[in-house]
Write a protein that binds this ligand. Structure first.
Ligand code: FAD
Ligand code: NAD
Length: 473
């Protein structure tokens, strides 16, 4: 049995654990997939490298309302793809080589699972042990096992970005982040997009007003079909496929529909990689509903009886209900400290986790939705105040002729404490940052609005005006 001081399972956020404090320790870093994990290889980074050119192309098409006409975009998909993966694949390969070059780190390029409380075996049979084990094994794509799901034209986010050419017609299944961002990418670059979603709501975790506004924007851009569940995909023999779905027609009658496409993208969610770990061998508690590893606020993994498993830590998608890279990064910093300083534990801060959806327009959110805030106010015997400020009613939004953007802020009417912020509109992922800052540091709505200058006539005035629109006691 090979003994290490620390074993890390997963080279995504797990790889960033290795701060200088770990230089003197014998570390085993295990990853059976592509080195670097989801974000760099198949997640945040390549998707946003596609979102940007799609956004530029789409914005170009909309310049007519400003009195500017540009010609149709000539999109060179292979050039975009090769530029993106030329950079990304090199980062993964370079990161792997660097880790392998370190005398204190042993990299195992294979999957591993637990055989006992502190013991693991790799796929090739190598047995490993360490007093400190960090589980950072992430999540993976999940697709419904419908007939035709294994056809070569059917893709997931893992493969669709490497297509040989831009598809003329693409069907995207799902109504979450991944479906939304890829619908924007393919529509922006010029494919004919049909989005099929099982429920009648898009972006279900978002504030209902924002989700509804996004539904309107999406349906004005591509063919959005809500309330349809795909049941089978068949090969038409000419390179195309047909997706058959069941649902209800506009009269509410049970019905079926068929959509022909060159490519189908299944964006139907991700599941934590707990099942690959043989968690019962180490008595790791797994949440039965979500499949997430159960951890306490210090990221210590819990045993099935609810007690703490000393020396076993988890972070990121394998244990967090928020599958976001900034959450995994935060938890990695917490684990990097706690694993070496178990007598000075710091807790993860999960109070105000923001998120952004990189669509056209962008969406960004932090804190409670309106629905959650109303429930919160009922429980606490207080009232909430809200303001939805239109981007088009501040000077820069006016200059942009923006017709859809809103900045919605929600606060406790009695104290001015900010409870939530929800934006849809250009640059929302940037505009929300001062609101995240205010919530994180306890700055009230009025102090935030009046305690500083707001550059005129910047788009940030939409945040200022939203705050000033709140009716505080
Ligand atoms: C298409 C897409 C776009 C995204 N865009 C964004 C975004 O814009 N912003 C954002 O915040 N988040 C985004 N995310 C989510 C973000 O990528 C993840 O939340 C984050 O990367 C999770 O990091 P992690 O370290 O927990 O897991 P990962 O990065 O997935 O790392 C886990 C690693 O563990 C390895 N592994 C798994 N099981 C084992 C085992 N048994 N033995 C050995 N190795 C194992 C895997 O091969 C993998 O490399 C996106 C995700 C996707 C799929
Ligand atoms: N910008 C970002 O931060 C970003 C971008 C992409 C992904 N992500 C992360 O990745 C995670 C996974 O994204 P996702 O969009 O795959 O998941 P999701 O859970 O957000 O959405 C999954 C969608 O698939 C639908 N669905 C599930 N099973 C189905 C079935 N059998 N038939 C039809 N539809 C079905 C669901 O109704 C839902 O609309 C997200 O939760 C998010 O945290 C983040």
């Amino acid at each position: 049995m090979r003994r290490h001081d620390v074993i890390i399972i997963g080279s995504g956020s797990g790889n960033s654990l290795l701060t200088p404090e770990y230089d003197q320790l014998d570390v085993g870093l295990i990853d059976g997939g592509t080195f670097g994990g989801t974000c760099i290889n198949v997640g945040c980074i390549p998707t946003k490298m596609y979102v940007y050119p799609a956004e530029v192309a789409q914005s170009g098409r909309e310049l007519g309302r400003l009195g500017v006409t540009v010609g149709p975009a000539d999109v060179d998909w292979p050039a975009i793809r090769d530029r993106i993966f030329g950079r990304i694949d090199a980062i993964s390969a370079g990161g792997l080589e660097y880790r392998k070059s370190l005398s204190n780190v042993t990299v195992y390029q294979e999957y591993a699972h637990f055989t006992g409380p502190k013991t693991l075996v790799t796929a090739s049979g190598e047995e490993l042990t360490a007093p400190v084990i960090v589980v950072a094994s992430g999540s993976r794509v999940t697709v419904p096992r419908i007939p035709g799901i294994d056809l070569s034209q059917v893709h997931t986010s893992d493969t669709v970005m490497r297509l040989p050419s831009l598809p003329e017609r693409i069907v995207i299944v799902g109504g979450g982040y991944i479906a939304a961002e890829f619908a924007h990418v393919f529509h922006g670059l010029g494919s004919r997009v049909t989005q099929l979603n099982r429920s009648t709501r898009l972006l279900r975790s978002h504030d209902a007003e924002i989700a509804e506004r996004f539904r309107e924007c999406a349906s004005s851009q591509w063919d959005l079909q809500l309330g349809w569940a795909p049941e089978a995909i068949t090969d038409n023999g000419d390179g195309s496929v047909t997706v058959r779905s069941s649902g209800r027609d506009e009269n509410g009658q049970e019905s079926t529909r068929e959509d022909v496409a060159d490519i189908v993208l299944m964006a139907t969610g991700r599941r934590p990689n707990t099942d690959l770990l043989n968690p019962s061998a180490a008595d790791l508690a797994v949440d039965p509903g979500s499949g997430l590893l159960r951890v306490d606020e210090y990221q210590r993994v819990l045993a099935t009886d609810g007690s703490v498993l000393e020396g076993v830590w988890a972070l990121g998608d394998v244990s967090s209900p928020s599958q976001l890279k900034h959450v995994a990064n935060h938890e990695a910093r917490v684990v990097a400290h706690n694993a070496l300083h178990p007598d000075e534990l710091v807790a993860s801060d999960h109070r105000y986790i923001p998120s952004a959806v990189f669509t056209h327009p962008e969406i960004a959110a932090v804190g409670m939705t309106e629905e959650q805030a109303r429930e919160w106010a009922d429980r606490h015997g207080t009232r909430i105040t809200m303001k939805s400020q239109a981007f088009g009613d501040v000077a820069y939004g006016w200059a942009m002729e923006d017709r859809t953007g809103i900045c919605k802020v929600i606060a406790d009417g009695a104290t001015g404490e900010l409870l939530g912020a929800h934006l849809i509109g250009p640059h929302s992922s940037i505009l929300i940052q001062p609101l995240i800052q205010a919530m994180s540091f306890g700055l009230g709505a009025h102090e935030m609005a009046r305690g500083q200058y707001w550059i005129h006539p910047s788009l940030a005035e939409v945040v200022e005006n939203a705050l000033l629109g709140l009716e505080l006691d």
